[in-house]
Ligand binder design. Structure first.
Ligand code: TYM
Length: 324
């Protein structure tokens, strides 16, 4: 199977990114041909400060490697290092129906709020389709919020194929049932734009403070409580094994505990879970030349594959005839 996914460097990665997507990248790198990239072109609609963008791309690379992406197993690269994808984007854009893009949620939500949207946001799903189709990807590991975009990608690919012959493979989203939409500290979807994130690499003290501030109800300590749908249990579920989760649920049903205790257990579970990645990250940060080499090699490998698919698409639609 060929696997591909991308992540925007619009802020530091949070638990939602990890449990919805990054954990899948790491699992799927074994036994599959896999491509993972830092979507800096997509981030241009959000980050307009060049130094900030450069810093965030660098942080993203360190974070992904520290979390377990292995450059010997997977190809890791920065989106803008593969110009073939932007070229392919134009081919897809030329046949992309406006109505299809108007229904996509990033653009639609902004417009509904009366906020000005730019062309980059409108065309965002087409660039994402090019990202995927350029590598003949079969599976795209993502959280639930990206499924609509992958459906658009399939529509664009199917319509291109219908018109020009079988050029593109049709990809499928891969979403994990238990973490398709990780909740944030306010119970809504964890998202940078809702300011409700707990970041993977923030100092443990800061993360702990955020956890301690998660709102809970004011029922007395003695009262038994239903663990289903409880925001703390929902987050603890991400880190706990089956026995630990069962013990927490039993505690809720029994009652006689304080939420402070649960929050402390959650904070400790998260610290333990990411402790090794914190160490690895510090080591990588001390060896920037190693990380640059990984990204350089990744871009070269990615360009080879994307170039092959771009030529196939160009030829199918009558371009690039001087090369034949
Ligand atoms: P982005 O950068 O918003 O998010 C990266 C990945 O994290 C997942 N995610 C979540 N999963 C579960 N619960 C959450 N609360 C949560 N928040 C984020 C996202 O679903 C995503 O998988 N458009 C993409 C980037 C992209 C891409 C691509 C992805 C560009 N080209 C090609 C796949 C294939 C995005 O903005 O993800």
């Amino acid at each position: 199977m060929r696997v591909l996914s991308g992540i925007q460097p619009t802020g530091r990665f949070h638990w939602g990114n990890y449990f919805g997507a990054i954990r899948q990248y790491i699992d799927l790198q074994h036994g599959n041909e896999s491509y993972y990239f830092i979507a800096d072109l997509h981030a241009l609609t959000t980050i307009r400060q060049p130094d900030e963008l450069r810093g965030l791309v660098w942080d993203a690379a360190l974070d992904l490697l520290a979390l377990g992406l292995d450059p010997n197993q997977a190809t890791l690269y920065v989106q803008s290092d593969v110009p073939e994808v932007s070229e392919l984007c134009w081919l897809l854009m030329s046949g992309a129906p406006m109505g299809l893009l108007e229904r996509c949620h990033a653009y639609k939500d902004k417009k509904a709020k009366g906020l000005p949207a730019d062309m980059g946001l409108f065309a965002y799903p087409v660039l994402m389709a090019a990202d995927i189709l350029a590598y003949d990807a079969d599976a795209v590991p993502v959280g639930q919020d990206q499924v609509q975009h992958i459906e658009v990608c399939r529509d664009l690919a199917a319509s291109f194929n219908h018109h020009y012959g079988e050029v593109f493979a049709l990809p499928k989203p891969r979403v994990l049932d238990d973490s398709a939409c990780v909740p944030g500290t306010d119970g809504e979807k964890m998202s940078k734009s809702y300011n409700n994130t707990i970041d993977i690499f923030e100092p443990p003290k800061k993360a702990r403070k955020k956890i301690m501030r998660i709102p809970t109800d004011s029922r007395p300590m003695e009262e038994p409580k239903d663990p289903a749908g409880d925001p703390l249990v929902d987050l603890y579920r991400l880190f706990a094994d089956a026995d630990e989760l069962a013990a927490m649920e039993a505690l809720y049903r029994r009652g006689g505990f304080g939420y402070g205790e649960v929050k402390k257990t959650l904070a400790e579970a998260a610290e333990t879970h990411f402790a090794e990645a914190h160490h690895r990250r510090a080591d990588l940060a001390a060896h920037p030349e190693r990380v640059k080499e990984i990204l350089g090699d990744g871009a070269a490998r990615a360009r080879r594959k994307a170039g092959e698919v771009l030529r196939r698409a160009q030829q199918a639609c009558g371009l690039n005839s001087s090369a034949t």
